[in-house]
Design a protein around this ligand. Structure first.
Ligand SMILES: Nc1nc2c(ncn2[C@@H]2O[C@H](COP(=O)(O)OP(=O)(O)OP(=O)(O)O)[C@@H](O)[C@H]2O)c(=O)[nH]1
Ligand SMILES: [Mg+2]
Length: 383
């Protein structure tokens, strides 16, 4: 039943060959989709696949059976056959019937962007909590697909021998998944309760949290600021747990702790956001957010917006925030700095690699905490 996306044991012998598919709704959207396919390739490689080819189609409305056009699907089938590819990854979510039709046509695995991201999370999960959170997200996703295909089958109603047993098998699968979800949820609640207790004891401190798009250098900054020794890797979603360390600073009334957390991405699967709620509590409880931005990334403004929108979804849009533009050591064109200066306020340009402006960042953290911490302690006293 469990669809194995990337075969890790087999990986040592052979990386799975993948073809990527993206769809733009108009030729104006083309460049955006090209960038997204680039990001999808990064994700696929990080999951252990080898990207053989990328296919982009411009199509105003998705085809109900294949999402892409049937002609394009047949073209892909020929490539899959000729080059013996192992999987086709779609940059969007597909309906259960679309996945089935495409798998039947390609005669290989079809994986969606959501599944790919969840697969990377699953590979990187280390702690019991992260493992449960990822499995929950995957099961909820699978359940949504099962419910979908159940509807599809009953609507179809035809095909002797498909509907009856198919439905029964679906019902068994559904019950099985629901039971497992229930078990995992209660395990997770136990872990969360003990963590919430620990956090309660931490009222008398300033809480600062690093947030940002994945691979921007949050963990690197954590290490530079606190010597935490957190894992840093040039791949998306290296960090899945919230690591917290003391940030030593003179002249503040309360000690400061800094937390590193899971990175964001465009269209982060909603199931993952829901499952990682407890991990993201360090964002919700923060007195100050450090939004880390990779100044060398393409679609810089869009990525900033994606992070800010995610913060909004977490109910954190009003929190004090410092925009930390990182990796300035790689910057060739200074124009981008002036463009960012015009557009945003409360920013600093740093390099976690060379240490440039790290002292300035510390100073800004201190000033911001004094301003905001001062206000909240007055409110606390009044209430
Ligand atoms: N040149 C340069 N590279 C950097 C800098 N900061 C981080 N990196 C590199 O960027 C990559 C990602 O760094 P991480 O610190 O793991 O990024 P992250 O935001 O924690 O990533 P996730 O946990 O995967 O979301 C690594 O290869 C780092 O070495 C910097 O200031 N300059
Ligand atoms: Mg990290």
């Amino acid at each position: 039943m469990k669809k194995k996306l990337i075969d890790l044991e087999g990986e040592a012998k052979k990386r799975e060959k993948a073809l990527l598919v993206g769809v733009a709704s108009s030729s104006r959207d083309r460049w955006r989709e090209i960038d997204r396919l680039e990001e999808l390739a990064h994700l696929a490689e990080s999951a252990g696949a080898e990207v053989f080819e990328k296919v982009l189609q411009i199509r105003e409305k998705p085809d109900p059976s294949y999402y892409i056009g049937k002609g394009k699907a047949q073209e892909i089938r020929r490539i899959v056959e000729e080059y013996k590819l192992d999987l086709v990854i779609f940059d969007m979510d597909l309906s259960p019937s679309q996945i089935r039709n495409l798998e039947q046509m390609f005669k290989c695995k079809v994986v969606t962007r959501n599944e790919l991201i969840m697969d990377i999370f699953a590979q990187h999960a280390r702690t019991a909590e992260a493992k449960i959170q990822v499995e929950l997200a995957q099961l909820r996703y699978r359940l949504s697909k099962l419910i979908g295909s159940g509807k599809w089958m009953s609507r179809l109603g035809a095909g002797i021998g498909t509907r009856g047993p198919g439905q029964t098998q679906l019902e068994i699968d559904r019950q099985h998944i629901l039971q497992r979800i229930k078990g995992l949820e209660s395990k997770l609640r136990r872990i969360e309760r003990s963590k919430a207790l620990q956090r309660k004891r931490r009222r008398e401190i300033f809480k600062v949290t690093l947030v940002g798009y994945t691979n921007t250098g949050k963990s690197s900054l954590m290490n530079v600021l606190t010597h935490a020794g957190v894992l840093v890797e040039d791949r998306p979603f290296a960090t899945l747990d919230a690591t917290t360390r003391t940030l030593y600073m003179d002249g503040l009334p309360k000690p400061v702790v800094l937390s590193d957390t899971v990175g964001f991405i465009e269209d982060l699967p909603p199931n993952l956001v829901a499952s990682f709620h407890a991990t993201l509590a360090v964002v919700e409880e923060a007195d100050l957010l450090l939004h880390v931005i990779d100044i060398t990334s393409t679609r810089l403004d869009e990525r900033i917006e994606i992070v800010e929108r995610t913060l909004e979804q977490l109910g954190c849009a009003e929190k004090p925030i410092i925009r930390v533009f990182n990796k300035v050591d790689l910057l060739l064109d200074d124009n981008v700095i002036s463009r960012m200066q015009e557009r945003y306020d409360n920013y600093v340009f740093v390099s976690a690699r060379t240490g440039r402006n790290i002292d300035e960042l510390k100073e800004m953290i201190k000033v911001n905490l004094m301003q905001n911490g001062g206000i909240s302690s007055i409110i606390e006293k009044q209430s």
